[in-house]
Design a protein around this ligand. Structure first.
Ligand SMILES: Nc1ncnc2c1ncn2[C@@H]1O[C@H](COP(=O)(O)OP(=O)(O)OP(=O)(O)O)[C@@H](O)[C@H]1O
Ligand SMILES: [Mg+2]
Length: 268
């Protein structure tokens, strides 16, 4: 057993997903999913549209009930009192803020710090707000209306809101959508630093497999079941993934087919 695996098995998982199945619209969206995430890990979840990635996040949050199996967050059930404030979720649509709401970056981030103890004293959490805004590099835009930000800046603002909440586990559903390459890459570096320097644990869904392979510590390929879970260096190529999922080659190597192929027409 490698030293890393020994350390992992010795420490307690922050998230435990055990034999979880979830049905939606009378069909299985997740079947017998098992996943353990340890403190400080950055796990990237990839997979096709409709593969159940957002469903898994919603089950972890306790918004969706599992038909079977169990989910534990630091040994507690989702939505239990002990978990309150420990998990932050940035949903697929989080950055699409309503146009008619006038809110500065600072006010938006401040919403992340509100809880039942400081509801009437928003300034209570002032230092957390400033720090979260600084961490995502938006200090110079703190008083700007969120509707006057670029897509990437808005995405950073909603991530700052999650950070200000002091949650240990960040669940990010497609936070890179609508961001240009430079913003994507700086956001990914920032998220990686949260794991290393702020002791955050991140589970991030993205369709940008290449970016995930470069940033995440661990990659999960989810399509109803988990077909791969391991270090980015071991991630299978497309052909291997197809074989794993039992998809047969459509354009198989076939001598007769080769004979049928017409020679390319010459273009003058
Ligand atoms: N609110 C809903 N009610 C019923 N079925 C739903 C609902 N949301 C999603 N589904 C179904 O559950 C399945 C998994 O959807 P899910 O949103 O988890 O996929 P996903 O992997 O996040 O896809 P994407 O990459 O497109 O975001 C799909 O077949 C989808 O149609
Ligand atoms: Mg989704």
């Amino acid at each position: 057993m490698s030293p890393l695996i020994e350390i992992h098995s010795a420490s307690k998982p922050l998230l435990l997903v055990e034999n979880v199945s979830v049905r939606r619209n009378r069909s299985n969206v997740l079947s017998d999913v098992n996943l353990k995430v340890f403190p400080g890990e950055f796990v990237g979840i990839v997979g096709p549209n409709g593969g159940g990635k957002s469903t898994l996040i919603q089950a972890i949050l306790g918004i969706l009930k599992c038909q079977s199996g169990q989910i534990l967050l630091a040994s507690n059930r989702p939505m239990s009192k002990a978990v309150y404030g420990k998990v932050a979720w940035v949903s697929q649509a989080a950055a699409n803020l309503p146009q008619n709401v006038r809110l500065t970056v600072r006010e938006l981030v401040g919403l992340g710090t509100m809880n039942n103890k400081n509801w009437f004293l928003p300034s209570f959490a002032s230092s957390e707000i400033e720090r979260a805004i600084e961490l995502v590099g938006l200090t110079h835009l703190a008083h700007r209306d969120v509707n006057q930000l670029s897509g990437g800046e808005r995405q950073r603002a909603v991530i700052a809101r999650a950070l200000a909440s002091q949650a240990e586990l960040l669940l990010l559903d497609e936070p890179l959508v609508g961001m240009d390459r430079a913003s994507r890459s700086s956001l990914l570096k920032l998220l990686d630093s949260f794991c290393h320097e702020q002791d955050k644990t991140i589970i991030m869904i993205s369709h940008d497999t290449a970016a995930m392979l470069q940033t995440a510590h661990r990659i999960v390929y989810l399509e109803e079941k988990i077909w791969f879970d391991g270090p980015p260096g071991n991630f299978p190529n497309l052909e291997e993934l197809a074989v794993m999922r039992g998809i047969e080659e459509v354009h198989g190597a076939c001598e007769q087919c080769d004979d049928d192929v017409l020679p390319p027409t010459e273009v003058e």
